[in-house]
Ligand binder design. Structure first.
Ligand code: GDP
Length: 418
């Protein structure tokens, strides 16, 4: 049961974007940040560092365009409902495998980006296995549909053969390579055609006649896959009844969260094609913090475990997952709060280091600004200024609470070497 205090969490998605190097993770992330824009631009950081162009700065440093966790907002197309999408940086290179593992711990769902001219490449395979190990629900984005050699079928086939997963295409490309014009939403049976070079103007229409048979066939397969995970849908299916769009979306969502269905989308991030629909799919199919299993911790010196469901009114449980040195404010400790509420100026207990630490200021990082906040609630991610000792992977709990260590994020088995 979701309490009133937890209800904001239904509109939260904490996601990572994972890819083989060059598949288009940076471009996809950049476009996502472009489309989500900045709803917040109010925060000021003192110490002479007011709102700054974060993206520009990161680019100058040549590292990455995002912070370890970037908070964006997205209004799902066709609705008035606004969602918070926290994008957690997942390093793409195999050298950062342990960092990838760490990031897997703090996200609830992932978008796997593939280069549709290359199919599933080795690093994508590694990241996919890591996501499997951490039980992370996924959707896949077959990017670069405009590129010579692009083939949606290649990606679908590779997902089946190289990843051993059953792809559930929820979209179909209209044209491929230089003829790539748009995307058909198989669930809603609508065509989205891009009508300008920038890919920002979209016309929605009925499905062009030439794609009708293909879409009918793909939709039937999708309904069949969804019926496998949803009893109500199965009943309808057996009686030959057509599910409503809402029922189909709900069943695919259930299958995705249970990791039985992997929705596959397509597009071209570089041409801005498909990115808005990708964001809609993140909302439709990836879980909120309430839909993933509660994080567990072990009580110090015992075998006793505790669960920390996503609840801002619960006991504080957070994980530090990345430390960054900031030229203006010093040490930034990126945290995910699983349960409870972290207050600026409060004391927390670092259970990994057996140390009481003072929380200074709290920041939420947006694409090109940072917002100072007074608290970070369950399900939220942000940066803490002022923690002196916290390292990556450390557990933060309430001062005076029972000493609990959150589930270890050490690599549980040897890293696959490629
Ligand atoms: P990353 O290494 O996964 O972060 O990949 P990038 O986003 O940096 O993209 C790698 C290269 O592929 C860059 O030169 C991009 O411009 C290009 N690229 C990314 N998305 C697309 C796309 O949709 N179509 C085409 N043709 N090129 C793309």
């Amino acid at each position: 049961m979701t309490t009133k205090a937890q209800s904001y969490l239904t509109h939260f998605r904490n996601i990572g974007i994972a890819a083989h190097i060059d598949a288009g993770k940076t471009t996809t992330t950049e476009r996502i940040l472009y489309y989500t824009g900045r709803t917040h631009n109010i925060g000021e950081v003192h110490d002479g560092a007011a709102t700054m162009d974060w993206m520009e700065q990161e680019r100058e440093r040549g590292i990455t365009i995002t912070a370890a966790a970037t908070t964006a907002k997205w209004k799902r197309s066709g609705t008035d409902q606004e969602y918070v999408v926290n994008i957690i940086d997942t390093p793409g290179h195999v050298d950062f495998t342990i960092e990838v593992e760490r990031s897997m711990r703090v996200l609830d769902g992932a978008v796997a980006v593939f280069d549709s001219s290359q199919g599933v490449e080795p690093q994508s395979e590694t990241v996919w296995r890591q996501a499997d190990r951490y039980g992370v629900p996924r959707i896949a984005f077959s990017n670069k549909m405009d590129k010579t050699g692009a083939s949606f079928e290649l990606v679908l086939g590779d997902i089946r053969e190289r990843l051993g997963a059953i792809p559930a295409p929820v979209q179909y490309p209209m044209g491929q390579e230089s003829e790539f014009k748009g995307i058909i939403d198989i669930v809603r049976q609508r065509a989205h055609t891009y009508t300008n070079d920038l890919g920002t103007d979209i016309t929605e229409s009925d499905i062009p006649a030439e794609y009708a048979d293909k879409v009918t066939e793909m939709r039937a397969a999708l309904i069949e896959a969804a019926a496998e995970v949803d009893e109500d849908l199965m009943m309808k299916y057996l009686e030959g009844e057509e599910p409503t769009v809402e029922e189909l979306v709900a069943a695919i969502r259930k299958g995705t969260i249970e990791k039985k269905i992997f929705p596959v989308l397509c597009g071209s991030a570089l041409k801005n094609k498909g990115v808005q629909l990708l964001l809609d799919a993140v909302i439709d199919y990836l879980p909120s913090p309430l839909e993933v299993p509660a994080i567990r911790g072990t009580l110090e010196d015992s075998e006793e475990t505790r669960e920390f469901p996503a609840d801002p009114e619960g006991k504080l449980a957070g994980l530090a997952f990345k430390i960054m040195a900031d030229p203006y404010v010093g040490r930034l400790t990126f945290v995910r709060i699983y349960s409870g509420t972290l207050q600026s100026g409060s004391y927390v207990y670092n259970a990994s280091k057996d140390k009481r630490e003072r929380v200074g200021r709290l920041l939420k990082m947006h694409a090109n600004s940072r917002e100072e906040v007074t608290e970070l609630k369950a399900g939220e991610l942000g940066a803490v200024i002022g923690l002196k000792d916290a390292g990556t992977g450390n557990t933060l709990i309430g001062d005076g609470d029972d000493h609990v260590l959150l589930e270890s994020i050490d690599v549980p088995e040897p890293v696959i070497k490629l």
